[in-house]
Design a protein around this ligand. Structure first.
Ligand code: NAD
Length: 356
């Protein structure tokens, strides 16, 4: 297959590209604008491979997308390009509306024009896989809000949409557009909604890499509110494997939720990172002494948790990493890849707080 991956220079996109090049015989066309979050250094292990090609293109640029489709003739699209950081979406929603909504619309239209001209056989085999987030569902009851014996609900593929932030609202909009292009035009689409990812090559504005780097530099480790928010963490390479399974084996028109069965409170995540660092890079005082509590994020969702039974039963996918093994690998990766960390923080972002 020739797979056009959008956002392949980002955190999850680069894991997808590395997975495809390293584990399959497929070709990848990586379409990425290279915003602050996109970095070609995340792809040095595969970028010399003859099955990989890079196109620096904005998904809002219809003419360039038409050229890329005509030139590379892909068999499938995996659409990951997006503005992805909730705090940034609070400070400035405009880029989120532009890329996540207008960009997805533009990509759908370019794909549809290309797909319409394919042979009947190629048309049937084609896939447009839209990669989305569990944040479109809003948030779930937190354990401290329900009686002790109550079973806590999970997000399923039929949970109603109720996004809270400009980021999640823009992703929800893009999911709706993708489903409309299936229903109205017959474009063979599949949607996946995944929980919080963590792992190597994660831009250090997100909780886990930010805490690792701040801890190592002796800086404060900010916890929003009381740190009780619950996220369901998935190791990024497990996500990449799931996405490849979905694009190759998933059913057209279906949605698959992807999650790691790892519900953790933010405070617990930060304390676990601190104890891994205490063991790997010991110093006079425990890293947890650097924790401080700061005002909460506006509209902060309290709990996310994914029911991943469908993808497990139908596509035989399960995460390979536990939170403990994945987090240790992640901390070790950041310890040995300080150069990558320095290069991606190009001076425009110094790990300052956004979205207050
Ligand atoms: P990221 O911010 O690390 O990477 C996004 C990539 O998209 C970057 O390489 C950037 O350069 C590129 N991009 C941005 N705007 C573009 C444009 N207009 N045209 C072309 N390229 C553009 O994001 P990520 O964390 O890798 O997330 C990838 C996808 O997965 C997103 O759609 C996100 O909503 C979704 N998702 C993320 C998570 C998570 O925990 N990170 C969880 C579930 C779903």
């Amino acid at each position: 297959m020739k797979i056009l991956v959008t956002g392949g220079a980002g955190f999850i996109g680069s894991a997808v590209v590395r997975h495809i090049i390293n584990n399959t015989q497929d070709r990848v066309i990586n379409v990425d604008k290279l915003t602050y979050a996109g970095n070609l250094e995340s792809l040095v292990s595969v970028d010399k491979n003859e099955r990989y090609v890079f196109e620096q293109v904005d998904i809002c640029d219809r003419a360039e997308l038409d050229r890329v489709f005509a030139q590379h003739q892909p068999d499938a699209v995996m659409h990951l390009a997006a503005e992805s950081h909730v705090d940034r979406s609070i400070t400035g929603p405009s880029d989120f509306i532009q890329t996540n909504i207008i960009g997805t619309y533009t990509l759908l239209e370019a794909t549809r024009a290309y797909w319409n001209e394919l042979s009947a056989e190629a048309k049937k085999a084609f896939r447009f896989h839209h990669i989305s987030t569990d944040e479109v569902y809003g948030d779930l009851p937190h354990p401290d809000e329900v009686a002790l014996d109550t079973e806590l609900p999970l997000f399923t593929e039929t949970t109603s949409y109720a996004p809270s932030s400009p980021y999640s609202a823009s992703k929800a909009s893009s999911d709706h557009l993708v489903r409309a292009w299936l229903r109205t035009y017959g474009l063979p689409t599949i949607v996946t909604n995944c929980s919080n990812n963590y792992g190597p090559y994660h831009f250090p504005e997100k909780l886990i890499p930010l805490v690792i780097l701040n801890a190592l530099e002796g800086k404060l480790l900010p916890i929003y509110g009381k740190g009780e928010q619950i996220r369901d963490w998935l190791y990024v390479e497990d996500h990449a494997r799931a996405l490849y399974k979905v694009v190759t084996e998933g059913k057209i028109g279906d949605t698959y939720n992807i999650g790691g069965h790892n519900e953790k409170q933010n405070l617990e995540v930060v304390k676990t990172i601190c104890s891994i660092l205490d063991a790997l890079v010991p110093k006079d005082t425990p890293y947890a002494d650097q924790i401080i509590y700061v005002s909460d994020r506006p509209g902060h969702d309290r709990r996310y948790a994914i029911d991943a039974v469908k993808i497990s039963n139908e596509l035989n996918w399960q995460p390979e990493e536990t939170f403990e093994t994945g987090l240790r690998k992640t901390v070790e990766w950041y310890l040995t890849n300080q150069e990558w960390c320095q290069h991606v923080q190009d001076g425009s972002y110094q790990r300052e707080r956004l979205g207050i």
